[in-house]
Each structure stands twice: as C-alpha cells, then as structure tokens.
Design a protein around this ligand. Structure first.
Ligand code: AP5
Ligand code: MG
Length: 217
C-alpha cells in the first residue's frame, strides 16, 4: 500500500523543514514543487525561465505546466511507496489533477496536515531563511535554526543563499496569493475528511511531534 501526504500551509510555515524530517522518519520521498522549479531555473531550461518570471513576482506558475512537472516526478520509481508533497497542490485545479493522478495509480491521499501560523511569524521566518544550493535544498534560519558555520549547510557543506523571493515585499505578495488562490484547499480537504490542523507556531521539534502523532494514526 502507498502513502501520499500533502503538507498544506502558507509560505514560510515550515512545510519544507518538516517534510525533510518526515522523509527521514518515514522513508517517503519529499517532493517540493518550488524545489523542482528552482532546479529547472538552475539548469536553465525553458520551464525554468517561465517559472522564474512568476516566482520572482511571488505569483503562481500556471497550473498546466505545474501539474505536468509534478505528474512526471510522481512517475519515478522512488514514489512507488508514496510521497510527501510540499507546495503542491496550490489551487483547486491542481488538487483535482492530483486526485486523478493518484487514482491512476490506484492510490489516494491519506491525510492533509494543515500547518498554521500568524502572518507576522511567517514574514519573520521567510525573511530570515537561508537555503542550501545543493539538490537537497536544506533550509536554515538565522535566528531559529542557525547553521553551525555561517553560510555553510550543516548537512552537505554547500553554500547557503537567500532566495530572491524571500524579501519582505515578495513574502507579503506570496501570502496574499496564498490567501486568494490556495486557502480554498482548506475547505476542499476538510470536506473530504482529510484535513488535520497542526499548530505551526511552536519550535520545529514540537511541530514534528504533532505531525508524527497524526501520521501514526
Ligand atoms: P515554494 O518554494 O513552495 O515556496 P512557499 O510555499 O512560498 O513555501 P516556502 O518554501 O517559502 O515555505 P515552507 O513552508 O517550505 O517553509 P520552510 O520550511 O522553508 O514556492 C516558491 C514559488 O514557486 C511560489 O511562490 C510559486 O511562484 C512557485 N510555485 C511552487 N509551487 C507551485 C505550485 N504548486 N503552483 C504554482 N506555483 C508554484 O521554513 C521557512 C523558514 O522558517 C526556514 O528558515 C526555517 O528554518 C524556519 N522554520 C521552519 N519551521 C520553524 C519553526 N517551527 N520555528 C522557527 N522557525 C522555523
Ligand atoms: Mg518550501
């Protein structure tokens, strides 16, 4: 049996941080649509150029190319046991598409943890975030989760950088886009009985503990 989990929540709430930890704990693969786009940008692909034009403004990349990219990733053999999806789906159209993709695999979403925190906390987290350049895209925070050595990833020794969209201005835009285009998914998954609320406004370990207890159920 496979286990597909969608981590839902606003930009900066800790989806990527928690998905990395849960991937280690559960053996499921972590798939972040934002990281997939950033890989395309690094590799200078056509999709990367298109994605960058939306990401730099804090807007969503169009549904058709996003869905095709994630569908392809989900076809890899490391997803046979399931996956932890972070940042996808972000619109009702993407959520409908995911349900069709999983149906074709005779699978369905197991659970949708919905992580919450106040806007002030989100802005503080985004504007202090440092991200690793290596494919793992590990994240640190200059106050809440600093690396042992400034500017260097603890996990793989790569250089840390600040994402272009982690300015206060773009972060606010991303929050507004989230409220308008992604927050309808809260009701969408609540109606399906899959939504479980997780208190994101607590230390990283506390959030992980809540998530693991929910996943064990
Ligand atoms: P994406 O990369 O998905 O960004 P996001 O949703 O804006 O989410 P973030 O990565 O900013 O936040 P996160 O929840 O993962 O937080 P993190 O764990 O890093 O998307 C970027 C762009 O790509 C989008 O704007 C869009 O243009 C495009 N895109 C992506 N997917 C798309 C889709 N499906 N459709 C259309 N367009 C799409 O944590 C944040 C910081 O806080 C870190 O520094 C971390 O160390 C710290 N932190 C985490 N948890 C805690 C805690 N509990 N306490 C203290 N600090 C914490
Ligand atoms: Mg992320």
């Amino acid at each position: 049996m496979s286990t597909y989990i969608v981590l839902l929540g606003a930009p900066g709430v800790g989806k990527g941080t928690q998905a990395d930890i849960l991937a280690q704990e559960t053996g499921l693969v972590h798939i972040s649509s934002g990281d997939l786009f950033r890989e395309h940008i690094n590799n200078k692909t056509e999709l990367g150029a298109l994605a960058a034009s939306f990401m730099s403004k804090g807007e969503l990349v169009p549904d058709d190319v996003t869905i095709a990219m994630v569908e392809e990733r989900l076809s890899y053999s490391d997803c046979k046991k399931g996956a932890l999806l972070d940042g996808f789906p972000r619109t009702p159209t993407q959520a409908d598409a995911l349900s069709v993709i999983l149906n074709e695999k005779n699978a369905s979403l197991s659970i949708v943890p919905y992580i919450t925190a106040s806007d002030e906390v989100l802005i503080e987290r985004l504007s202090g975030r440092w991200t690793c350049r290596a494919p793992g895209h590990h994240t640190f925070h200059m106050i809440f989760s600093p690396p042992a050595k400034e500017g260097i990833c603890d996990i793989d020794g790569s250089e840390l950088y600040q994402r272009d969209d982690d300015t206060v201005e773009t972060a606010r835009k991303r929050l507004a886009v989230y409220k308008k285009q992604t927050s309808p998914l809260i009701a969408y998954y609540r109606e399906q009985g899959k939504l479980v609320k997780i208190q994101g406004d607590q230390p990283i370990e506390g959030v992980t503990k809540e998530l693991l207890s929910v996943l064990e159920r």
